[in-house]
Ligand binder design. Structure first.
Ligand SMILES: [Zn+2]
Length: 263
């Protein structure tokens, strides 16, 4: 179905549902005046598109020729994520968010994760409670991935294709389980150490040292990291970098189970 047809299909769907409401229920609605249901066709079309297989549809960047960099934000969504999303939207920049299941569960009915998806960013699995996965018994490891996968899919409709092991802790068992779950393991080659040094200028400077094809590790739960983003984007933008998601960096969905640190 073409994207422009989605709003029409939705209107048709909504009217079908309305017509199928039993007569008695309709009468009750008439007695108690209720607000009309407002359907935002654009938002719903976006949501449906993001539920399709293969989302996010990669914009076509040839990162073999362009200077590409993938900014990645871990451990959220948190209280500063909304502000970060505003900044990225304002500059039409896309990034990758590796979310923690527990944080998603605490996120006001999934408002922030839905916005991450709606704004076209890539979303990845960063476990449920942030343990070092290589140290876990197999069943616990499975649960860490599965619970986060389930909540993100329930709230956004998106089936994640990438994951980041907390602390970069991985082994053969983690590789096998991520392969089974259809998740590529995404590490990094630029560490801003933003969790340690909560100084925006320091974080921006370290991110600015990225090379073509770099994956930059950041954490959107820290105010100083979000404060560093405008300078980071300015510095890298001046050097001619294109900001891409992890999947865009490789030009395809990375292979499940495999480990990636940079292009
Ligand atoms: Zn983390």
């Amino acid at each position: 179905m073409r994207v422009w047809a989605l709003p029409l299909a939705l209107v048709a769907l909504v009217s079908c549902v309305t017509q199928s409401v039993p007569r008695r229920q309709q009468a009750r609605v008439q007695i108690v005046p209720s607000r009309p249901v407002v359907v935002d066709p654009v938002a719903l079309a976006k949501r449906l598109r993001s539920m399709q297989h293969g989302w996010p549809a990669s914009r076509k960047f040839d990162c073999a020729r362009l200077k590409c960099v993938a900014l990645t934000f871990d451990d959220g969504p948190g209280e500063h994520t909304g502000r970060l999303l505003d900044m990225l939207r304002q500059r039409d920049v896309r990034a990758t968010f590796f979310v923690i299941g527990q944080m998603v569960a605490a996120d006001k009915g999934g408002r922030t994760v839905r916005r991450i998806v709606d704004d076209g960013h890539e979303i990845g699995n960063h476990s449920w409670s942030h343990p070092p996965l290589a140290e876990l018994p197999h069943e616990a490891l499975k649960k860490e991935l599965k619970h986060t996968e389930n909540i993100v899919q329930r709230l956004t409709g998106v089936r994640m294709r990438v994951m980041r092991p907390p602390y970069g802790s991985t082994d053969d068992d983690v590789a096998a389980e991520t392969r089974r779950e259809g998740l590529a393991q995404i590490l990094w080659n630029v560490d801003t150490l933003d969790w340690q040094d909560r100084v925006a200028t320091t974080v921006a400077k370290r991110a600015g040292a990225a090379k073509p094809g770099s994956i930059v590790l950041l954490h959107d739960i820290h105010r100083s990291t979000v404060d560093a983003v405008p300078a980071m984007l300015d510095t890298l933008g001046r050097k001619g970098y294109t900001f891409v998601t992890v999947s865009e960096l490789y030009g395809k969905t990375p292979a499940p189970g495999r480990t990636y640190t940079a292009r």
